[in-house]
Design a protein around this ligand. Structure first.
Ligand code: SF4
Length: 114
């Protein structure tokens, strides 16, 4: 039996999952979906910052456009740390395309003028 807390919404249900992936303790179906995904193929949305050449800011906030496999998060951070962007930058601009052939881009989450 595994125990985990559902992070899908602020309610934070305490979930129990048996060896056959039967889930209890979830208030709604999303908790069961979360628990099964977490125990079989966990993913996380990655948020970070990259260096930028700009007169108004030193760092650009970025995130993965979709959740990445959890095992790639630290490797992705290493790639993000190598990047320097040039302003101007718009929300949604691609910072790293198709990181590790996942089909997922790392994108800007803020407009930076010059
Ligand atoms: S099981 Fe449903 S209600 Fe409970 S934390 Fe997850 S999403 Fe929220």
């Amino acid at each position: 039996m595994k125990e985990l807390i559902c992070i899908t919404c602020p309610r934070g249900c305490h979930l129990k999952v048996d060896d056959d992936l039967n889930v209890t303790g979830n208030f709604c179906p999303r908790g069961a979906m979360y628990a099964k995904a977490e125990l079989t193929h966990p993913v996380r949305t990655l948020t970070s910052t990259v260096k930028i050449n700009s007169k108004v800011a030193d760092r650009l906030p970025v995130k993965s456009a979709r959740p990445l496999p959890k095992e790639l998060i630290f490797k992705a951070m290493e790639e993000i740390n190598k990047v320097t962007m040039n302003a101007p930058i718009s929300i949604g601009d691609v910072v790293i395309k198709n990181i590790f052939d996942t089909g997922i881009d790392i994108v800007a989450t803020k407009d930076i003028l010059k």
